[in-house]
Design a protein around this ligand. Structure first.
Ligand code: CU
Length: 84
């Protein structure tokens, strides 16, 4: 969302990012991905779509980053990358 970039950068803000997730091969994989991402400090919401091979993550951008969330997913065996 273009408006997000215009908001005062010093204020902690909830951000939502969409990540494409690799390696999800069965219906249980999204649960593993969701758990791994939700464990990251600052993440408040994770929705994983197996069909779309993507995760929509809501997080406090003062406490974590998309990179940290992607790394947590990769560490669980599912490399993720932010979609733009
Ligand atoms: Cu699986």
């Amino acid at each position: 969302m273009l408006l997000c970039a215009a908001v005062a950068p010093l204020a902690a803000a909830l951000r939502t990012a969409t990540l494409s997730v690799e390696n999800m091969t069965c219906a249980l994989c999204p649960l593993t991905v969701k758990k791994a991402m939700a464990k990251v400090d600052g993440v408040s919401k994770v929705e994983v779509s197996y069909e779309k091979r993507e995760a929509v993550v809501t997080f406090d951008d003062a406490r974590t980053t998309v990179q940290a969330i992607a790394k947590a997913s990769a560490d669980a065996g599912y490399p993720a990358r932010e979609k733009r």
